[in-house]
Design a binder for this molecule. Structure first.
Ligand SMILES: Cc1cc2nc3c(=O)[nH]c(=O)nc-3n(C[C@H](O)[C@H](O)[C@H](O)COP(=O)(O)O)c2cc1C
Length: 403
């Protein structure tokens, strides 16, 4: 029975009809390295309206709808060529001129790519459609795909995502949550990944707080120097103290960068690994669902079934590898925290020297007491945040050991 429904389109595309397919259906296709279709599942043929013969050997842009901005495909290929999986909302056209929206999840196979598509319904989908509509207006004024991709990345950053990759993992996670397709054997793994993702997020917040602390006291060494200048000879010691504090705080800030550097920081590595690990297992579950649907649907060729099975296995393995990686990166964090906390002790000594100077200048209303109070606050908060950070990373290591 054909469970698809056609409904009148709303919005700009009034001339065509939307094809809505059931939420549990997965539309799969596979291509070579250039995007030429080598496999199309019966469900994909059914929804797109093209026969398997029409799709096989055709470039995938055969189903392209002009309402998907060019920037989306620019980023899609950019990521695929860099070896990264892609999750993106895409509007496709049907052979008869209708359309359907999908969340497309594209991963690498041995000699090309495999895409699993599901019907989107999350709030992030609605937000993304608004972003696409704006982007299409910009593209209409003659923008290159590359420029459109840059604009899209900026819009996603405004929505709070570091990059298209973390946005992709989030949209898959949101759409996945709308379905109830987790196998009993994976329930514990998904719970573990949710815990890990929560811990990594808490750690990111702690590092952000530490960063904000550094930003707040950045001007204090300058304030000390200004004070030293005002006090002339009496403030000479303060000038030296400020130089020491400045140098030590800068060195410490550099070390914090090992935690949160956007390219290579430990937290970025962990958040990438947990996002990718969870997405890989979610993709594996989608393929399993597609495979079991295909069993009912006898028209799926044995080769296609094998492709879905093999790929499911590979993704499960990939998910395990990425989770083990989180635990191993997590192990380095207590050491970094320890050496940062040692440096706070050093800063405390410099602050103590300030206090001595303050005592010597009892009669002068210098503003030094205010500076000391702010530094004290910064040291206490940073030390507390580092202790929490270290505890969270130990929890991650423990959880990782249960894999
Ligand atoms: C595995 C795979 C699946 C794809 N699926 C679609 C799809 O469903 N719809 C689509 O418009 N493009 C899809 N593409 C991207 C197309 O290859 C193509 O880049 C896109 O349609 C835009 O066409 P253009 O690059 O000629 O502008 C897919 C690519 C790959 C590798």
């Amino acid at each position: 029975m054909n469970a698809m429904t056609k409904i009148a389109s709303s919005g700009a595309d009034t001339a065509s009809n939307e094809v809505r397919f059931p939420i549990e259906q997965i539309l799969t296709s596979a291509t070579d390295q250039r995007g030429v279709i080598g496999f199309a599942s019966p469900r994909f043929c059914e929804v797109s309206g093209f026969t398997s013969d029409e799709l096989l050997g055709a470039p995938h842009k055969l189903v392209r709808h002009p309402d998907t901005p060019k920037g989306v495909f620019y980023l899609l290929w950019d990521h695929l060529k860099a070896g990264k999986p892609v999750c993106a909302y895409v509007k496709n056209k049907t052979k008869s001129g209708g359309y359907y929206w999908v969340l497309a999840v594209i991963t690498h196979t041995e000699n090309g790519y495999l895409s699993a598509r599901i019907r989107p319904g999350s709030e992030l989908f609605e937000a993304t459609k608004a972003v696409y509509a704006d982007l299409l207006k910009e593209e209409a004024s003659g923008m290159t795909p590359e420029h459109s991709a840059t604009l899209l990345t900026e819009r996603l950053q405004e929505m709070g995502y570091d990059d298209i990759k973390s946005y992709g993992y989030s949209i898959l996670n949101e759409e996945f949550k709308l379905r109830n397709i987790v196998d009993a054997e994976h329930v514990t793994s998904f719970a573990l990944m949710d815990d890990l993702a929560g811990l990594v997020c808490d750690m990111q917040n702690l590092v952000n707080s530490i960063e904000q602390g550094f930003a707040r006291v950045r001007g204090e060494p300058v304030n000390l120097r200004i004070l030293a200048g005002r006090l002339e000879g009496a403030g000479a010691a303060l000038g030296t103290i400020s130089q020491n504090y400045d140098a030590m705080a800068k060195e410490m800030h550099g070390l914090v960068g090992r935690l949160h550097d956007p390219e290579s920081g430990a937290l970025r590595q962990m958040s990438d690994a947990v996002g990718h690990g969870r997405a890989a297992l979610q993709m594996a579950q989608l393929l399993k669902q597609a495979r079991s649907d295909a069993t009912i649907d006898a028209s799926m060729a044995a080769e296609g079934l094998r492709l879905l099975e093999d790929h499911n296995e590979r993704l499960q393995q990939l998910s395990r590898t990425r989770l083990i990686e989180i635990a191993s990166v997590g192990k380095s964090i207590p050491d970094i925290c320890r050496s940062l906390r040692r440096r706070i002790n050093g800063l405390d000594v410099v602050k103590l020297l300030c206090k001595v100077e303050s005592g010597r200048m009892r009669d002068v209303d210098s503003g030094l007491d205010g500076i000391i109070a702010r530094l004290e606050n910064f040291h206490d908060n940073t030390d507390r945040h580092l202790a929490e950070l270290s505890a969270k990373s130990s929890q991650i290591t423990q959880k990782g050991a249960s894999l």
